[in-house]
Design a protein around this ligand. Structure first.
Ligand code: SF4
Ligand code: SF4
Ligand code: SF4
Length: 361
């Protein structure tokens, strides 16, 4: 390491850092795990939750690592006794505010949280071995909002970390939600405290993916626990952007879709179709075999029969009206390879250059 390079010491090890890096980014880049709740990559750190506090030698108080710039010759401890004590206190306070009824959070009632097993607060409570019974419970002022087709808003589990607001305003730039009211009445609000369905929300679900707890949850009629699903990485088939997604699959059934983080082109973001439009996969109304219309009615047919019929009809039209009487319209919802075959079929088999693509319209 060059002598005049910017250096910071974390837990006894010396690391180089670049200008504008925070203690958190240097630590994470070097494989040191500092827990966070409110920190959301690609947005301006707010330091709201204080879980990421660390001890900095010479500082009068613990410092939030997400918003404290790394400084030359700084000496940092990420798991010292005061740090651990502060984190335990924050977790206990969060668990006792609202309804954290998972096992670690307190009562472990039958009506256990939908994100049990996939919740950062629950993970932290386990990591630091605390429960929600140290302080009296404070109830939430606001009932859950269930009246849109996609997202459940359960204010009783909101820890007011602000990640959803940053996800909506800074990542998606939809500006649909903000932090409203003050003090113990603070609430994440949409359009002057209206329901999401009556606001500028486009139901992209970015806020749901950002929420570290069970305050924002995908609405799904099929109930299963996160740890029972397999995550399968694939490409969204709705348009030509090619967003990378994770299908959450339970016994061959897609029960949830999330954006694959940190990979292009979408880096975790999705639109409403990609995130919520997966019901068709298991729909009983889905076409699974060809249909031929005869006398105004559809009847089932084999692939051989259907393809022979189409080939015969195209041949007749070509014979009678010429190749250029036929046009071929392709789709952004199929792969590049399939689109290549479509144009090959048009040019080589039908002998026409009348080929177009829905994504160009
Ligand atoms: S939000 Fe997390 S901590 Fe709260 S009840 Fe649900 S799983 Fe438990
Ligand atoms: S679904 Fe999208 S637009 Fe609606 S509040 Fe969440 S991030 Fe904002
Ligand atoms: S809804 Fe979720 S992401 Fe938004 S402030 Fe509450 S806990 Fe944080």
């Amino acid at each position: 390491m060059a002598e005049n390079q910017n250096q910071i010491t974390i837990n006894g090890h010396v690391y180089a850092f670049e200008q504008d890096e925070t203690i958190l980014t240097v630590a994470r880049r070097n494989g040191i795990d500092i827990p966070t709740l409110c920190y959301l990559e690609k947005t301006i750190p707010t330091g709201a939750c204080r879980i990421c506090v660390v001890e900095v030698k010479g500082a009068r108080s613990l410092m939030p690592s997400c918003s404290t710039p790394a400084a030359k010759n700084m000496i940092v401890f990420t798991e010292s006794a005061p740090v651990v004590e502060a984190r335990r206190l924050i977790i206990q306070l969060l668990l006792s505010s609202g309804n954290h009824n998972c096992d670690i959070g307190g009562s472990g009632t039958e009506d256990c949280c939908p994100v049990c097993g996939a919740c950062t607060l629950q993970d932290l409570a386990y990591r630091y071995q605390v429960k929600g019974d140290r302080f009296p419970k404070t109830d939430t002022l606001y009932p859950p909002e269930l009246n849109n087709p996609f997202i459940i808003r359960d204010f009783s589990r909101c820890i007011l970390c602000g990640r959803c607001v940053q996800a909506c305003n800074e990542v998606q730039v939809n500006n649909a939600i903000s932090i409203g009211y003050r003090g113990s009445s603070t609430k994440i609000i949409a359009a002057g405290d209206r329901h999401l369905k009556d606001s500028d929300c486009v139901f992209c679900g970015e806020c749901v993916q950002a929420c570290p707890v069970g305050a924002l949850v995908e609405k799904s009629t099929y109930k299963t626990r996160e740890w029972k699903t397999k995550k399968i990485r694939t490409t969204c088939s709705y348009c030509g952007v090619g967003c990378q997604i994770n299908l959450h699959v339970h016994y061959n059934r897609v029960v949830k879709v999330t954006g694959a983080e940190n990979v292009p082109p979408n880096f975790g973001s999705l639109c409403v179709k990609g995130r919520f439009g997966y019901d068709f996969i298991n729909s009983p109304d889905r076409l699974t075999e060809p249909l031929i219309k005869e006398n105004g009615e559809f009847r089932k047919a084999s692939w051989d029969e259907a393809l022979s019929l189409v080939a015969g009809k195209l041949g007749e039209i070509k014979e009678k009206h010429g190749s250029d009487s036929i046009g071929v319209l392709s789709s952004a919802r199929i792969t590049n390879e399939e689109n290549y075959l479509v144009q090959k079929f048009a040019r080589a088999a039908l002998k026409t250059n009348n080929v177009d693509h829905c994504a160009r319209l």
